[in-house]
Design a protein around this ligand. Sequence first.
Ligand code: NAD
Length: 357
Amino acid sequence: MKKIAVIKGDGIGPEIVIGAIKVLDVISKKYNFPVEYTDVLMGGIAIEETGVPLPKETIDICKNSDAVLLGSVGGPKWDTLPGNLRPEAGLLGIRKALDVFANLRPAILFPQLKEASALKPEILKDNIDIMVIRELTGGIYFGERSRIDLEDGGQKAWDTMAYSTYEIERIAKVGFETARKRTKKLTLVDKANVLESSRLWREVVSKMAADYPDINFEVQLVDSCAMQLIRNPSQFDTILTENMFGDILSDEASMLTGSLGMLPSASLGNTTLGIYEPIHGSAPDIAGLDIANPIATIMSVAMMLRYSFNMEDAAKDIEDAVSKVLDKNYRTLDIMGPGMISVGTIEMSDLIVKEII
Ligand code: NAD
């Protein structure tokens, strides 16, 4: 029995998670493993119902599950709340509570979606297949922050980016090992020309590179990487970087692939328990309209099967089903192109389910 905690969240969250659960249901029947779902609250809906973005019950149930399936949280309704009470605090809190320090974000361009990419075909070349590995539980999003009033008026605010050798080593290990299973190229992205924390990253990771002689290890400054992702994306295979740089670069990489709505993620720690979620947010502008793309969440289920349940065939089955539906020219609005067939969130999920059965 696989126990799955389900956090539908806010905005389009519930719509896309329902599609992903339909896919998980049919996969669990096909590959013969029973699944038990427990719905838990997080984000804006948790604030409404319990007063806090991450109730203790949610943490307890997630900790006792085999995997967590997450939609997305947040929305304008809660934007004016203090930082520690905003929906996003739930997101940071659950990552910290489950100690999932490695965020794996593949940016893969489906050949069927070349048209939807923001880049010209000659820059895209044959393919885009980049894995961004982002540190998830340290750095500036978790460092000390504060704000003070200044005597001569106005205010001063600061956030701190702090990393320990231990935090860098454990994520770098994920980086090297992931690169080893791919094309054996690892790019460390930092800002070592300015930031002391980046200099520590560079020292630690460069030293570890000696233990991975088969990996083609290189370093790149984050500003250069942001530019190179647009100029020559196919030079990258596995990118390893700290929390905030990874947040920004993985969104940038996503646009190379056509839409935020296509990209999944896995957040992993030292155990098989992981959090699986699309990289996009709660898209309040399209919530409830049945037009959101459920593919990122469905592909996140494939990552769940691969990384938490070690079921590569089942994961591949889902990815192939998505590809077949795209081959048949079905598109949600965000990836729509000339001559394609427009479908909504529910229909897209059902089409993928049909390909799996
Ligand atoms: P967003 O990712 O929600 O939306 C950006 C744009 O992409 C919007 O135009 C949206 O309609 C579109 N989009 C996103 N997902 C889509 C999908 N599946 N199908 C089709 N179109 C899609 O980012 P935002 O607008 O900056 O943030 C909205 C809210 O989400 C904010 O409250 C933010 O804090 C929150 N957020 C949550 C997460 C998370 O839960 N992991 C991540 C990022 C942002």
